[in-house]
Design a protein around this ligand. Structure first.
Ligand code: HEM
Length: 407
């Protein structure tokens, strides 16, 4: 057992974690109570481990940018929340769960794919994809599900286009990712779906070595893999995590962001009056909704001193991004969606060396998907009581399973 942080809530009973949201647009209410007390909070997670929870904006940023902050899932104290998650991450070693210098080497291979210029070049293709999917939505009887009939179709098409997954494999990709990400899938079903995903990527690696295209997998196969800078096993994992991280986040954000705007008509009016506000709106929606709240699982390899206490060496911790983004010290009146907010330093994309490598693409995709949706479906409205919408609270990225809409 590790030594408690000197001024943390060591004497308290650990709080059960993860916790559900009572409102889909805000992180769990308990975060505010934890933040009011000095020091990290001791939690107990389903595996029985007891990591610390960080809830203050400054603490979260300090810890995530500290060199002793490890993302390596092979560490015994790694605070994985899902069943089997630690074992899978330890075996596959996706770079989101690696430390420098290994992490730096892999990230350098990918970062050029997501520069502002590269992503800007993708704008016409993303607009065409969103328009096509809005037409698909409009062709359906109401109520229709905004998650499966729009958001998921947009996010899977964009990520497959970027990576070079052929369009004929798109339906197959949609099916396996929906099983892998579903709340009611068993560990066995998730394992089988991941196996199918890896078999697909494995096949694509061979095809793109023979016949390269203008896509991310082709460039990795004919660059770092051909030069033996990365093993085939590692390349499979890195492509797998990029597909997954790039698809699930935007799939979950699009419907939540659409509902958040619909329930704030004053903010929608601002966007109608000044479409130049869209980029700022996307950042405020990212802050407000903080869908990747619990993704930042870490272990302190040395003592990490924080403003509010110390994380002792060897302990696991979770830097709660939603809590940091709703810290009133950093964002006054944090529960309010305010598209005119001037602070852009939210941590919805994380902080430190793992800060989201796909954030330029994520921002653009959200902007285009929401703009096209409201332009093509101006009468969009929620067709079920908000309280009845099923939450994906068991998954790492928060979202709603189904959002019935009409127009
Ligand atoms: C738009 C919504 C998105 C959100 C809210 C989001 C959030 C995040 C967060 C919080 C992290 C940091 C994880 C950590 O520190 O442990 C991260 C990392 C990552 N994201 Fe995103 N992301 C989004 C979109 C995307 C897209 C579109 C892609 C790719 C196409 C992507 C690919 C990745 C990858 C590969 C990492 C790992 C980076 C590293 O470890 O160096 N994300 N994301």
């Amino acid at each position: 057992m590790t030594q408690p942080a000197p001024d943390a809530h060591a004497s308290d009973t650990p709080v059960a974690f993860p916790q559900a949201r009572s409102c889909p647009f805000s992180p769990p209410e308990s975060y505010a109570r934890m933040r009011e007390r000095p020091g990290p909070t001791r939690a107990v997670i389903p595996s029985g481990k007891e990591p610390w929870l960080l809830t203050g904006f400054t603490d979260v940023r300090t810890a995530l940018s500290h060199p002793a902050s490890s993302s390596d899932a092979r560490h015994p104290a790694f605070p994985a929340l899902g069943d089997g998650e630690q074992q899978v991450a330890a075996e596959l070693r996706p770079f989101i769960r690696m430390d420098p210098p290994d992490h730096t080497r892999v990230r350098r291979m990918l970062v050029g794919e997501f520069t502002v210029r590269r992503v800007r070049e993708m704008r016409p293709a993303i607009e065409a994809i969103c328009r096509e999917q809005a037409e698909h939505l409009l062709s359906l009887p109401t109520p229709a599900d905004l998650v499966s009939e729009y958001a998921n179709r947009v996010s899977t098409t964009v990520i497959c286009r970027l990576l070079g997954v052929p369009m004929e494999d798109l339906e197959f990709f949609r099916r396996i990712t929906s099983v892998a990400g579903a709340r009611n899938s068993t560990a066995q079903e998730v394992g089988a779906a991941l196996g199918e995903l890896f078999a697909l990527i494995d096949r694509l690696i061979d095809e793109k070595a023979e016949d390269p295209g203008d896509d991310l997998i082709s460039r990795l196969v004919n660059g770092p893999l051909a030069r033996e800078e990365i093993t085939r096993h590692s390349l499979l994992s890195q492509i797998g995590i990029t597909l997954n991280a790039g698809h699930e986040t935007t799939r979950n954000m699009i419907p939540l962001a659409a509902l958040d705007l619909l329930r704030n008509p004053d903010q929608m009016d601002l966007l109608r009056d000044d479409p130049g506000l869209w980029p700022a709106a996307v950042d405020e929606l990212l802050r407000h909704l903080s869908v990747a709240d619990v993704i930042t699982l870490r272990v302190a390899t040395e003592d990490i001193p924080l403003e509010s206490g110390t994380i002792p060496a060897g302990d696991g911790y979770i830097a709660l991004l939603g809590a940091a983004n709703h810290d009133p010290e950093a964002f006054p009146d944090p529960e309010r969606l305010d598209l005119t907010r001037t602070q852009r330093n939210h941590v919805a994309f994380g902080y430190g060396v793992h800060q989201c490598v796909g954030q330029n693409l994520g921002r653009l995709e959200l902007e285009v998907a929401l703009r096209v949706l409201f332009e093509r479906v101006p009468g969009l409205r929620l067709a079920a009581p908000l309280e009845e919408l099923p939450q994906r609270s068991a998954s790492t990225i928060f979202g709603l399973d189904e959002v019935p809409v009409a127009w």
